[in-house]
Every structure is written in C-alpha cells, then in structure tokens.
Design a protein around this ligand. Structure first.
Ligand SMILES: Cc1cc2nc3c(=O)[nH]c(=O)nc-3n(C[C@H](O)[C@H](O)[C@H](O)COP(=O)(O)OP(=O)(O)OC[C@H]3O[C@@H](n4cnc5c(N)ncnc54)[C@H](O)[C@@H]3O)c2cc1C
Ligand code: SF4
Length: 209
C-alpha cells in the first residue's frame, strides 16, 4: 500500500476504471436510512467507533458502493473521514486499489465484489434482515444479488478486463436466463433510484500527496 501510494501519487487519487459517477449515498453518514442489515450495522459501527474490521470494509462497505456505481474517490473520502486509522497512504490504495478496482488492477488481481451468498456465509446478518439472501428477483430479493449480477453483466458487455480470477465467475452469467437478467436490471434501476445522495455538502481538499 505504501509503495503504490508513493509511486503513483498524486494521479492515483483520480483513478476510476469503471467510470462510476454516483455520489456517496447519504446512508454512509446515516445508517438508519438503509434497511440492509449488514450495511446498516457496518456503517453504524464506523459512526460509533471509527473502526470496522477488514471484511466489513471490503465485503460490505466497499462492495456495496462498488456494486452501486459510487465514484471511488467519494468512497475514499468517506473512509478517510470516518476511520481512526485512516492515513491517506494506506486508506487510498485500499479503497481505490484493493476494494473498488478503481485503478484497473494495478494493485489487486480482481474486484472484490460479491452477492449475498458470501455475506450470508461469513456473517449472521442475513437471519435478521428483511431481505432474502437466496432471492435474486421478486419480493424480498436481496439487493446485493441483483446488483452483483448486473455489475458482472455490465463488465461482460463492456468487455472490461477484470483479471483472470474473474473468468469463472463471469462464465456463471451464461447460466442465467436473459429474462431473469433483464428483471434484475429493472430491480437494480428501481433500487438505485431510492438511494439518496450525500446531503452533507462536505468538500474534501486534497494536497498533492
Ligand atoms: C476499503 C478498505 C480501507 C482500509 N483503510 C485502512 C486505513 O485507512 N488504515 C489502515 O491502517 N488500514 C486500512 N485498511 C486495511 C485493514 O482493514 C486494516 O488495517 C485492518 O482492519 C486492521 O485490523 P486488524 O488489526 O484486525 O488487522 P489484521 O487483519 O489482524 O491484520 C494484521 C495487521 O496487518 C496490517 N494489514 C492487514 N491488511 C492490510 C491492508 N489491506 N492494508 C494495510 N494494512 C493491512 C494491519 O497493520 C493490521 O493491523 C483498509 C482496508 C479496506 C478494505
Ligand atoms: S439479506 Fe444478508 S446480504 Fe442481503 S442485505 Fe440483508 S444482511 Fe445484507
């Protein structure tokens, strides 16, 4: 992390491999604005303790932002503001490199995205959640599921290089009927339209690194 930072700054800050433009959702400051149990608890933990374990950072907080198409720098600024251990040299490569693949694979060998299956396997959040981790569409379908599969579909359609480690996962798309993918795309649009953008008005001034 340290090496990448000093080698690549200040340009590293503006990497955005997927071209995502969504502002940070306000729920990152106010966890009560989301009913996704895993996300709500992870944000709450950061607000109350200025800390979350690595997997919360990677597979919940960043995973969600990436799947929702949030600009990597907006997410990075939130990590920088919210965590007690956030020095830019370690926070920025973790967010822009490791967690969001914003640098196109300079640091990480794949984007760390997952559906609800991973979160369900690794935590006990899903049992107490109003969403169903096993459903990809229809009432109660977990947003991590349709966001994940449509994220992969977007990569496939744009023929983006996301590393060899994603080859098998991308192949899994072939097993999903086109009609189901279209339904997930519609769910995605509906869900993303409910995400309220950052209302803080905060601006982060960056020096030259
Ligand atoms: C999106 C994201 C943002 C992060 N932002 C920061 C940050 O601002 N500051 C920070 O110190 N860490 C950051 N990390 C790395 C990591 O999450 C924390 O260092 C870790 O949570 C510390 O907890 P631990 O001591 O239980 O680590 P353990 O998992 O027990 O690891 C042992 C030690 O190794 C080091 N370490 C392990 N993985 C990493 C890593 N990926 N990057 C740097 N050090 C690592 C830490 O010093 C840690 O204390 C981030 C990770 C992600 C995915
Ligand atoms: S079902 Fe599980 S993965 Fe989906 S939002 Fe709820 S807690 Fe998170």
């Amino acid at each position: 992390m340290n090496g990448i930072y000093w080698l690549k700054m200040p340009g590293y800050r503006v990497h955005n491999y997927f071209g995502f433009e969504r502002p940070l959702p306000q729920l990152y400051w106010e966890p009560e604005r989301t009913d996704l149990a895993c996300l709500r608890d992870s944000v709450r933990m950061v607000r109350e303790t200025a800390y979350a374990h690595h997997i919360h950072r990677l597979m919940v907080l960043s995973n969600f932002a990436n799947l929702a198409g949030v600009h990597p720098l907006r997410l990075s600024e939130w990590f920088w503001a919210g965590f007690a251990d956030a020095m830019e040299w370690v926070e920025l490569p973790n967010v822009v490199g490791m967690a969001t693949f914003g640098d196109g694979g300079l640091l990480a060998s794949k984007p760390y995205v997952s559906s609800a299956a991973y979160i369900n396997r690794m935590s006990d959040y899903c049992g107490g959640c109003r969403y169903d981790p096993a459903r990809r569409t229809g009432p109660g379908a977990c947003p991590f599921n349709y966001l994940y599969w449509t994220f992969l579909d977007d990569i496939r359609q744009r023929k983006l290089d996301v590393g060899q480690r994603m080859a098998l996962v991308l192949k899994g798309l072939e097993r999903i009927p086109a009609a189901e993918l279209a339904e997930m795309q519609a769910e995605r649009e509906r869900f993303l339209a409910t995400l309220e953008p950052d209302e803080t008005g905060w601006r982060f001034d960056h020096d030259q690194g």
